[in-house]
Design a protein around this ligand. Structure first.
Ligand code: GUN
Length: 288
């Protein structure tokens, strides 16, 4: 039987831990507080930011979504971030991506101060991942961190395994390749210009798809040995307007050892990682 790597049992367990940690911080004078900056009306971003706020509040943390119009000017946007960076009562800040075209030239990873960068996009946080020197002062990007947590919670071996990641984004593919490497896996980072991707994925123990194309991964990417683990990062809409992943779940599921569902797989793990990072950022204030 194929194992379905659902985030639900992990979520239940980690929420309990996070609630306890949040209560401890509040008792010690720190109320974890996340600010989310949302520019424009991207429908997916509206859903994601609402889920992030709901999760923060569930564990007892505070979360505000600062919503700016599609045409918000750069000066206002930057002033808001500066205000958040300087506010000692705010512990974490994320700028929801994508930004509208007129702001997309900004070096977004450098805007939120390193110690509040709970998205893990700041160069110093990325360097900690790159150099395998991750400490409590650093934050790991939420989706890559969530994928490693999910695999570890399900006791999926990473060390000495061959991993194919499809998608080379700064948010998922590249930092995830580093994390897997830090865990002693051997990684092939594939992308749209990679020739013969199927030859690579068929040879791997773990396949991660993070490309954002509905149902791209079908049986032709999978070996016939039924020994692979498939991680689906995709959050796409199919032709019926339904949420679906990069993987054609129905076509692939009976041919693999384990697979994440969409919804209920990687998505919630990303939010869990964000909350873990927020509480870490808040805890770091305790020692100041
Ligand atoms: N848009 C899609 N995923 C993410 C994420 O993890 N963080 C931010 N800030 N924006 C996103």
């Amino acid at each position: 039987m194929t194992q379905i790597l659902s985030s639900a049992p992990i979520k239940k367990k980690i929420i309990k831990e996070l609630k306890t940690e949040c209560k401890f911080l509040i008792e010690n004078g720190i109320h974890p507080y996340l600010k989310v900056i949302l520019v424009g009306n991207n429908p997916a971003s509206l859903v994601y930011t609402a889920s992030k706020k709901k999760f923060c509040e569930k564990i007892g943390a505070k979360c505000d979504i600062i919503t700016l119009g599609e045409n918000a000017d750069q000066k206002t946007f930057l002033e808001i971030i500066t205000g958040i960076n300087q506010d000692p009562n705010v512990h974490g800040c994320i700028i929801q991506l994508p930004l509208p075209a007129h702001l997309s030239h900004l070096d977004v990873g450098k805007l939120v101060s390193e110690e509040k960068d709970v998205d893990g996009f700041h160069p110093n946080n990325l360097y900690a991942v790159l150099s395998n020197q991750i400490s409590t002062d650093h934050f790991v990007s939420c989706t890559p961190k969530g994928i490693i947590t999910l695999l570890m919670e399900y006791n999926v071996e990473i060390a000495n395994k061959r991993v194919a990641i499809i998608g080379r984004s700064m948010i998922v593919g590249k930092p995830l390749a580093c994390l897997f490497t830090n865990h002693d896996a051997t990684v092939t980072l594939c992308h749209s210009k990679t020739p013969n991707i199927r030859e690579i994925t068929k040879e791997c123990d773990i396949i991660v798809s993070a490309v954002g194309i509905a149902h791209l991964i079908d049986q032709s990417f999978i070996s016939n040995k039924k020994n692979q683990v498939v991680i689906d990062v995709g959050m796409n809409t199919d032709t019926n307007g339904q949420l679906c992943g990069d993987v054609d779940f129905e076509k692939v599921k009976d041919h693999v050892l384990a697979i994440t569902p969409v919804p209920g797989g990687v998505g919630p793990m990303t939010i869990i990682s964000l909350a873990q990072n927020l509480l870490q950022a808040s805890k770091n204030r305790l020692s100041l």
